[in-house]
Write a protein that binds this ligand. Structure first.
Ligand code: FMN
Length: 195
């Protein structure tokens, strides 16, 4: 079954990033795609140690094994599609999302780019400023991994929990991304790209 994994960098469980992710995933679920969300925000997530053990071991894992990052790395590898979501914190992604990107990025480089040709995109919850830069920080991870990224990032405006639901354009963009990703995923299942 086609699977999409979303990773939420917000520490708020049912916050605005969560609403955006749920809206994107709901469109894919309507098309029979299995979805799962892992919330990394608010959890203990260690930064990269620059120990280079991932390049020595090449076992698909980060040497730090007491947090949620190795689970995320495994589930990203198993998924056909990936959504990364973060609120804007001081004009950029949250610390947990940054730690995930650094560590999952190096593990991926050390292990032959297993995320290549997966379909993905990103979503950002913003009160006022920094949405594009925040989206870019996550997009660079997808692009560096040779993933296929349809369309623009989904940006939703809001401050308090649930505010983003009043941003009609943001919610429309979320539904649109979900539909587009579902179409692309179905297409690639029938016509896989050459390795
Ligand atoms: C530490 C912190 C820093 C923030 N920095 C910004 C910022 O630079 N720009 C902005 O527009 N909003 C900023 N915000 C507001 C959040 O991006 C906004 O409330 C967002 O909707 C939260 O999403 P969430 O409910 O998914 O956590 C900040 C919030 C916090 C807690």
């Amino acid at each position: 079954m086609t699977k999409v994994l979303a990773i939420n960098g917000s520490p708020r469980k049912d916050g605005n990033t969560s609403v955006l992710i749920r809206t994107i995933l709901a469109e894919m679920e309507k098309k029979g795609i299995e979805t799962e969300t892992i919330q990394i925000g608010g959890k203990k997530v260690h930064g990269c140690l620059a120990c280079m053990k991932c390049f020595e071991n090449r076992d698909g894992k980060c040497v730090i094994d007491d947090d949620i990052v190795n689970l995320c790395i495994r589930k990203m590898r198993e998924a056909d599609g990936i959504i990364l979501g973060s609120p804007v914190y001081f004009l950029d992604i949250t610390a947990e999302m940054k730690a995930l990107i650094d560590r999952a990025g190096f593990v991926s480089y050390a292990n032959g780019h297993p995320l290549k040709h997966k379909v993905g995109n990103v979503t950002v919850a913003v009160r006022r400023a920094g949405a594009s830069r925040t989206a870019d920080s996550m997009l660079h991870f997808l692009l560096a991994n040779d993933m296929i990224v349809p369309g623009l990032p989904v940006i939703g405006i809001g401050r308090d929990i649930g505010d983003v639901e009043k941003d009609e354009e943001g919610m429309d963009r979320a539904r649109h991304l979900g539909k587009t990703m579902a179409q692309l995923l179905k297409h690639f299942i029938r016509h896989p790209l050459p390795a």
